[in-house]
Design a protein around this ligand. Structure first.
Ligand code: GLC
Ligand code: MG
Length: 402
């Protein structure tokens, strides 16, 4: 949260499975569209928050499989854990951990829940200190929800029960849940004088319902939302004009919400890339670097013919003095680097699976004529059955003469 000096323009809070991540799309089309939009137009002044039912471990393993950007904040285990920053510098919120421990006792939860034979424990990897999870059908879940909280309260344990997808039943400390964690984060931001201008929450199933209860928030239920969320909406939030059901699935539905609520740019650079004609009206370094790599991707995939005009086009995006600084420290003129692309053209669609996405793009003006743009570049290529995600950190210096 300290990355931004002032209040975020937007705080976008999204569930992962079946919201940002479409498991039915092996190409990750909408996720990649969202990524390019976020890095080009939002990263510099907004906050990205993932809010998932997955444990931290399981979330990190998803990140190894899917092209997920680095969020500013990761809320995991259905709101019972909060961590800030990227993997290499992730810091857990100890105040939140302490709060989760109030009126909570895992042993007592295990003892009382064991009295319901219908509750089938989820695998050990889905159990956490402040989350005890089961599988159970809806009818039984409804009955258990009526009696379990009272029984636990008699023993000094105050819980929140969350039921999702017609099978997942989570027992959590009272103040947690995705809504509890977001409320806590918003209070924290406010106490730091960083109240966001806008909040957008995005979800698809039962454990997301609480997110749509945050009074100031805009909300989008993606078109593939589970009927339990739609029913919750019908019963609890039908008259709230700030909550919509998208007409599009997953990431596309999220982009649709940015547009419908007028929360900022809503056209992904992936949708408007003009390979013939690069055109920079107002210099926006983050946007330019994103576009630059999209054209590079098309070249590598063989989606544009092998013609010098595309390389010239790429050159037109950078000044002849622009430098690449590779993570190894090696520096090279951007124009020389582009010349080297000549033999990387993916003729005949040989590299059809090749994808590039940028993460954590940041830019700063270090002199009236010089920008430094820093970013992580990820590449996904599939060679036969072997898939790999490569990551490189670049400092991309662009010298611009006005
Ligand atoms: C995720 C978690 C699971 C939880 C479910 C619903 O799938 O892995 O433990 O029950 O979300 O919150
Ligand atoms: Mg989901």
């Amino acid at each position: 949260m300290d990355r931004l000096d002032g209040p975020p323009r937007l705080i976008l809070v999204t569930d992962l499975d079946c919201t940002l991540v479409d498991h039915d799309d092996p190409e990750n089309t909408d996720l990649l569209r969202f990524n390019a939009l976020w890095e080009a137009h939002y990263r510099h002044d907004s906050l990205l928050v993932y809010s998932t039912g997955r444990s931290m471990r399981s979330y990190l393993s998803l990140r190894n499989k899917k092209p997920l950007l680095t969020p500013d904040i990761a809320i995991t285990s259905v709101g019972s854990e909060i961590a800030y920053g990227g993997e290499e510098s992730m810091v857990s919120d100890d105040v939140w951990v302490a709060r989760m421990g109030e009126m909570w006792n895992r042993e007592i939860v295990l003892e009382e829940t064991s009295k319901f034979p219908e509750l089938e424990p989820q695998p050990v990897k889905s159990q956490e200190e402040h989350k005890v999870s089961f599988f159970v059908g809806r009818e039984h879940a409804v009955e258990i929800m009526k009696v379990l909280p009272g029984r636990l309260l008699e023993r000094g344990v105050d819980v929140k029960l969350v039921y999702s997808n017609d099978y997942a039943f989570d027992v959590l400390p009272k103040g947690s849940g995705k809504g509890g964690a977001l409320t806590y984060l918003l209070e924290k931001l406010e106490s730091e004088g960083k109240q966001p201008c806008n909040i957008l929450v995005c979800g698809d199933s039962g454990n997301d319902a609480e997110l749509f209860n945050i009074p100031q928030a805009y909300g989008v239920m993606v078109s593939n939302s589970h009927k339990e969320l739609l029913q919750w909406h019908e019963e609890n939030a039908k008259d709230n004009p700030k909550i919509i059901l998208a007409s599009e699935r997953c990431g596309a539905g999220m982009i649709e919400a940015l547009q419908r609520f007028n929360l900022g740019p809503s056209v992904s650079p992936r949708d408007v890339l003009d390979t013939e004609n690069f055109h920079v009206e107002v210099l926006d370094p983050a946007h330019e670097v994103v576009q630059f790599y999209l054209l590079y991707e098309k070249w590598r995939r063989g989606e544009v013919e092998k013609s010098d005009k595309y390389l010239q086009n790429l050159k037109s995006l950078s000044s002849p003095l622009g430098m690449f600084v590779h993570p190894s420290g090696v520096e090279k003129l951007i124009h020389e680097w582009i010349d080297d692309l000549d033999n990387l053209h993916g003729e005949e669609g040989k590299e059809k699976q090749f994808r590039v996405w940028l993460d954590r793009v940041s830019s700063s003006l270090i002199s009236p004529e010089t920008w430094i743009v820093k970013f992580d570049k990820h590449e996904l290529s599939v060679l036969f059955v072997l898939g790999c995600i490569q990551m490189e950190k670049y400092g991309h210096v662009r010298r611009e003469s006005y």
